[in-house]
Design a protein around this ligand. Structure first.
Ligand code: AHR
Length: 498
């Protein structure tokens, strides 16, 4: 097969907001305890954080990490996690039926974030709590001194404010599973009032209102419209969440699921702009896609886990090669919408549906999905180019006209490097990829990074952590502004030019 792409250096979609390479750490399973924090581990630093895990997070260049939930946040008292550790309460954590020891809270997490070269995106509890707790946490985190909560932070040993600039107004409040689940009107009102007081405390913060938990929610569409009717003037972003699985073991259909993400984004953008029009507003609400990933491998096992234990092994998906291909397609989809998607969080970061896995007392390793995330975060910074693509197509169970080629390109604004990301969805054949470059005179080929494997179910495990790893090829040619390269069947590709 053959696919063609045309790129013009002057035709750009948007600058990439680096926060689209964000991730997520929730107090869930072994993400925090026995994930980023394991005081008895030989790699633990003076605070108990695993240095080997921090190194992997740094390698990914994660610009922002959402914290502390997820479903967890809707039952969380943030004050439980501050002050002397020995006085912090052990709580029944109702979202995941676990025991929460509160040994890590906002202060420790902000230390971890500094060590990992990242920023925090903080979520507040709008399930069991409300406006009062919302204004207090912003005061505790962001006010320098001279008030009750800021002085309390100082007394806890944190002289400097944490200066957290991005906040989620609750989590998945449309979902019946959520602690304190609300109707769109109920949520819209409380989100508006919480937003108001939070921005009075610190006018420099940005706020994300909860959108739908996925596009199949019965309230999807109307939820966004109603919530934004209430909150439009007080918030900056509307959230989106989605997870995909291959329960039916149908790779053609599975790899097409990024088309669902694409349609979902278009629908939320339209809904936000509909409210903008109704309100005659000049302000544009952008998207925070603050949970996305593949999630299905662990669901059966999770049903067998004992309740009320500390750091149970929940949501520990072992990712396969085909999962990495879909993650690649999803990253490309997010980039294509860089004009409106300003924040996105791969959910999650360590052990829980994560690119990084750890063994208690043992090693840390990279899952298959680590690699497309690493490549996009490393090379996908700059401006997304508007690409014209002509690819052969196929139909799958749920999708029609699925292009075999999924691709986009980013031009780095610092060094003018051009990176083309491409997935060949075809399970039968390699594909000749031809890219016509306009305005890229004298560009030369640097490398072609490929993630490919004969076994679509191949995974990286503790025993075999380098089973699925990318390799570099030197096989592209540029002739008269035409890049020609062969994309292996079922492959993730990064083609770099300068
Ligand atoms: O990321 C796992 C869970 O998925 C989050 O806690 C929740 O927000 C979503 O349903």
């Amino acid at each position: 097969k053959k696919a063609k792409m045309i790129l013009d250096k002057d035709f750009k979609i948007s600058k990439v907001d680096k926060r689209i390479y964000g991730s997520f750490i929730e107090h869930l399973g072994r993400a925090v305890y026995d994930g980023i924090y394991e005081p008895d581990h030989k790699e633990a630093d003076e605070m108990g954080f695993r240095k080997d895990v921090i190194e992997l997070v740094k390698e990914l260049k994660v610009p922002i990490v959402r914290y502390p939930g997820g479903n967890f946040v809707s039952g969380y008292n943030w004050e439980d996690g501050i002050g002397p550790k020995e006085k912090r309460p052990r709580r029944l954590e109702l979202a995941w039926s676990s025991l929460e020891t509160n040994q890590i809270g906002i202060n420790e997490f902000s230390d971890w974030a500094k060590k990992a070269n990242t920023e925090i995106m903080m979520a507040i509890n709008l399930g069991t709590r409300g406006i009062d707790a919302a204004r207090n946490i912003v005061e505790y985190c962001n006010i320098r001194e001279g008030s009750y909560w800021s002085d309390l932070r100082k007394s806890h040993g944190y002289k400097e404010p944490h200066n957290i600039k991005l906040w989620n107004l609750g989590n998945e409040m449309d979902g019946p599973w959520q602690i304190g689940h609300k109707t769109a009107d109920e949520y819209g009102r409380i989100a508006c009032e919480a937003a108001k007081v939070m921005k009075i405390v610190d006018p420099s913060i940005e706020l994300v209102a909860c959108g739908s938990s996925n596009s199949s929610m019965p309230t999807f569409g109307q939820w966004e419209a109603t919530v934004l009717e209430h909150t439009y003037d007080y918030v900056d972003y509307i959230s989106m969440h989605t997870y995909y699985g291959n329960e039916e073991n149908d790779i053609e259909n599975f790899l097409a699921k990024s088309l669902d993400m694409d349609a979902f984004i278009k629908a939320v953008v339209s809904t936000a702009d509909y409210v903008k029009a109704k309100k005659r507003s000049r302000k544009t609400i952008n998207i925070s896609f603050d949970e996305w990933n593949v999630w299905f491998h662990s669901r059966e096992n999770d049903k067998k886990i004992e309740p009320w234990t500390i750091a149970p092994p929940l949501l520990e998906d072992v990712y396969t090669f085909e999962d990495a291909l879909l993650v690649g397609c999803l990253l490309i989809t997010l980039l294509k919408h860089a004009d409106r998607v300003k924040i996105a969080c791969l959910a999650q970061l360590v052990n829980v549906i994560a690119p990084i896995m750890t063994e208690k007392g043992g090693k840390a390793w990279r899952q298959t999905i680590y690699y497309p995330y690493l490549h996009a975060s490393t090379y996908g910074r700059g401006e997304v180019l508007a690409s014209v693509i002509d690819s052969p197509k196929y139909d799958s169970k749920d999708f029609s006209d699925v292009p075999f080629l999924e691709s986009t390109a980013v031009i780095n604004d610092e060094n003018d490097e051009l990176t083309i990301f491409a997935v060949n969805r075809d399970k039968a054949d390699s594909m000749l990829f031809e890219c016509e470059l306009k305005g890229f005179e004298n560009y030369r080929f640097i490398e072609h990074i490929v993630l490919e494997n004969n076994d679509i179910k191949a995974a990286n495990t503790k025993e075999n952590p380098d089973n699925v790893v990318p390799h570099s090829k030197n096989d592209a040619v540029i002739e008269d502004g035409l890049v020609k390269v062969l994309l292996p069947r079922l492959s993730w590709n990064v083609i770099r030019l300068e």
